[in-house]
Write a protein that binds this ligand. Structure first.
Ligand SMILES: [Ca+2]
Ligand SMILES: [Ca+2]
Length: 165
């Protein structure tokens, strides 16, 4: 009887873990080495950054053309339109460099839209991407504008499926 109870507890625990896995796979999409979570709606850059941190992730950082291509493909699949933008982790500093909020490093990969970054009204310090015929380009935007955002985290291989950045 004791063995049966132990088995029952084990089965319940397993079911719980599987349910967690399912939840994780629904919320996050795996592209390359990272997992991403898109939140579609109207959020300023500060709230977007804060919301990702609350999930234990960070606003996504685009580290390479490969990563931008994978993200672009995903956003196109979701049907993002040409007037929509998505926030990323870059924050412009006075020297003209961009720092990733996610890892505090100077960003080195860029694919700017033509005539960008233009720092319109000297008020564009946050990094977003916008689509042009299905191709996504970077743009410096006012941090107070409201767009969708993408969180990035690398799933830890642990029982609790928490995300590590
Ligand atoms: Ca990245
Ligand atoms: Ca701009």
């Amino acid at each position: 009887m004791k063995g049966f109870l132990q088995l029952l507890v084990l089965q319940l625990a397993l079911k719980f873990v599987l349910a967690q896995d399912l939840k994780c796979s629904v919320d996050y999409v795996s592209l390359g080495d990272s997992a991403y979570k898109i939140e579609r709606g109207k959020f300023n850059w500060w709230d977007a950054a804060r919301n990702c941190m609350a999930l234990g992730t960070q606003l996504a950082t685009i580290d390479s053309e490969e990563e931008l291509n994978a993200i672009s493909k995903y956003l196109n699949q979701l049907g993002f339109g040409p007037d929509e933008a998505v926030w990323f982790s870059g924050f412009g500093i006075k020297s003209g460099a961009w720092i990733s909020l996610a890892n505090s490093k100077i960003q080195t990969y860029f694919k700017w839209a033509s005539a960008e970054p233009n720092d319109l009204y000297s008020a564009e310090n946050c990094l977003g991407i916008k689509a042009n015929s299905g191709n996504w380009f970077m743009n410096d935007l006012s941090c107070f504008k409201e767009y969708s955002y993408l969180c990035e985290g690398i799933p830890k291989k642990t029982e609790d499926n928490e995300l590590a950045v």
